[in-house]
Design a protein around this ligand. Sequence first.
Ligand code: 1HN
Length: 346
Amino acid sequence: MSHELGRIEDLPKEYVQDLRDLNLVPLWPSLRGVLPPKIPTRQTKPTHWPYKTIKPLLLKAGELTPIEKAERRVLVLANPGHGLEKMQASAAMYLGMQLLMPSEWAPSHRHTPNAVRMIVEGEGAYTTVDGEKCPMSRGDLILTPTGLWHEHGHDGTDPVIWLDVLDLPLVYYMEASYHINGDRQTVVPGQGDKQYARGGVVPTHVFERSKKAYPMLRYAWTDAKAALQAMAVDNPAQESIQVTYVNPETGEDAENILGFYAMMLRPGQTLRLPARSPAQVFHVIEGSLQAQVVDSTFALVEADTCCAPGYEAVTLKNLSADQPAFLFIADESPLHRKLGVYENRG
Ligand code: 1HN
């Protein structure tokens, strides 16, 4: 049973103006808009960003804009449903493809939004996060959590490109987004990926517990891929071959707001992901797949990225009959769970 609520036009113009003059607004004309029946209104449109269309334009940006004029040379993957100028992939996720040319330097800063980088192409670049020098290789995931200093350098010979995923839209909406510039960091010995690179065994803190909120900053693709392959071999009947990037000290999600995962689809496999409340982003690390999202069907090849709104099922199909496909997934589920609005509708 739904009945029509009164509209703003149903009210005398002078009355509405009197309210406005006092910074008052009647709720009922807008109530259904902010609280629609049964399912939220989602501005996030299923969108596909093919890498082959982004790469030449990003390399062109490398010619047009020196790094000193950009600080971060990025083309933002903007969702048209939100309006391109909003620079949002979904309500809480920002995506960008970043280019660093050989010998370029993206100076040190820190900020309140959390970021991760998924390395797409090229060797020889590194990012220094909280003093730890993290080499960048294809498929690696590198965290730059809230408040940690980070800067990027490149000792190699070819362009390096990576996908940035940030919770910027949410932190900005909260009026909590700002940055601080810093000096070049002093690199400390050791890398946060080595100590924690074997699942199930973590460093023993006999003398002093690590004070680091984010003990692991680099998740090598070789390790994540090996974990997926082992899971697939170990569980031949298991449908979903997926790992979550976690904080190895707590077992919680690697960052507070967005969740990060790697998935393997067996050769020819079709996998239906249930309709859950968080929006999702899919990025192909290896192989090719089809993603069916609402009314859209995307053919994704290596390094392609697409997004799906929340509350919708997504069907993924590995397009190869003899090779597995590997993908990186980012979603808003840590946020939804912490806020108590997480739903799985099956
Ligand atoms: C940022 O700090 C980086 O450090 C990349 O590489 C993209 C987008 C918005 C705000 C900060 C980076 C960013 C960003």
